[in-house]
Design a protein around this ligand. Structure first.
Ligand SMILES: Cc1cc2nc3c(=O)[nH]c(=O)nc-3n(C[C@H](O)[C@H](O)[C@H](O)COP(=O)(O)OP(=O)(O)OC[C@H]3O[C@@H](n4cnc5c(N)ncnc54)[C@H](O)[C@@H]3O)c2cc1C
Length: 278
């Protein structure tokens, strides 16, 4: 397929990006894995803007900039349980060329209902920083997503940073999906569980492609709190998941999180990939 004609502006600073976006009809070109140039008359390429590849863990917060590619999360660039969760999730995104070019923030801005990163952001209570002509504003992930492919981002704003609060040491993470092709899962579930003395102190459960916006299964999380993470507690938690198709996936994600929490095992890439070359 040949793309239609469009104008491409190459920006060298955030100010130049914002000036290009000011007409409200220009799209951001980050990894170019979802952008359909024929759907927009102009794109502004942010790939040469210095500093947008920020990836830093500071004071219990992981900060991610707009040019951090998916594949960075395949490595040990992020430590602790957060790095475990991201390694677990990222190897399911598309295939290697998509992960080499595509960006986490591009995926968040695009807001595909079957994308994994938006669910990670909502489930962990991330905060999104948007830069625009009137300065910056910070939006909670849960408020950012307003529907399939729609967000609170105004057309003249650039998503400049996403901040994830760190997961406590010893947190177990799990992920399970139903996917028939390399392009987006039909359904997926992810979970984090933190326990002290065998009793669950914190839990988060996210559902991918359960609704137009990312879903955090709070009712199921509440079932787990203050209780041992036994098979019967997991069964009770999954029973309150409204969409039946997700119950098995949530049970698998929670069981994985429990195993990792108990063994303290780090997530290794080879164990998690669905097959060679993915
Ligand atoms: C074959 C294939 C399989 C895929 N499989 C999956 C999958 O399984 N799971 C999954 O989650 N994704 C999948 N993707 C999508 C992939 O993750 C994309 O990388 C991602 O959706 C968009 O990131 P990007 O950097 O390529 O954004 P681009 O394509 O450059 O931009 C996408 C949109 O986001 C906007 N945008 C980008 N960055 C910003 C920013 N910083 N601020 C404001 N707006 C911005 C653009 O204006 C555009 O509208 C797949 C893609 C392909 C081609």
């Amino acid at each position: 397929m040949r793309p239609g004609t469009f104008e491409c502006i190459t920006a060298d600073s955030v100010e130049e990006v914002l000036s290009a976006l000011a007409d409200g009809d220009t799209a951001v070109l980050a990894g170019g894995q979802s952008l359909a140039p024929e759907s927009t008359p102009r794109v502004v390429d942010i790939n040469r803007v210095p500093g947008l590849d920020l990836l830093a863990e500071q004071d219990g917060v992981l900060r991610v900039g707009p040019l951090v590619r998916h594949r960075v999360f395949e490595s040990n660039a992020v430590g602790g349980p957060m790095g475990d969760l991201m390694r677990l999730v990222v190897c399911h995104i598309g295939h290697p060329p998509v992960r080499a070019r595509g960006t986490m923030l591009g995926s968040l801005a695009y807001a595909h209902p079957a994308a994994e990163w938006p669910v990670v952001a909502v489930m962990l209570g991330a905060r999104f920083v948007l830069a625009g002509p009137r300065g910056s504003r910070t939006v909670p992930a849960e408020a950012f997503f307003t529907g399939a492919f729609t967000t609170l981002r105004r057309p003249d704003e650039l998503l400049v940073e996403v901040c994830f609060p760190a997961l406590r040491a010893g947190t177990g993470v799990g992920y399970a999906e139903d996917r028939r092709t390399t392009v987006f899962p039909q359904a997926a579930a992810m979970a984090t569980v933190t326990a002290t003395g065998g009793v669950v102190e914190a839990a988060s459960i996210g559902l991918v492609n359960a609704a137009p916006c990312p879903v955090r299964a709070r009712a199921a999380e509440r079932v787990l709190l203050g209780r041992p993470l036994s098979d019967s507690t997991i069964a009770e938690a999954t029973a309150v998941i409204e969409v039946a198709a997700f119950r098995t996936l949530v049970r698998r994600a929670l069981s994985q999180a429990r195993t990792r929490m108990r063994s303290g095992a780090q997530v290794g890439l080879q164990d998690e990939r669905g097959g060679a070359g993915r």
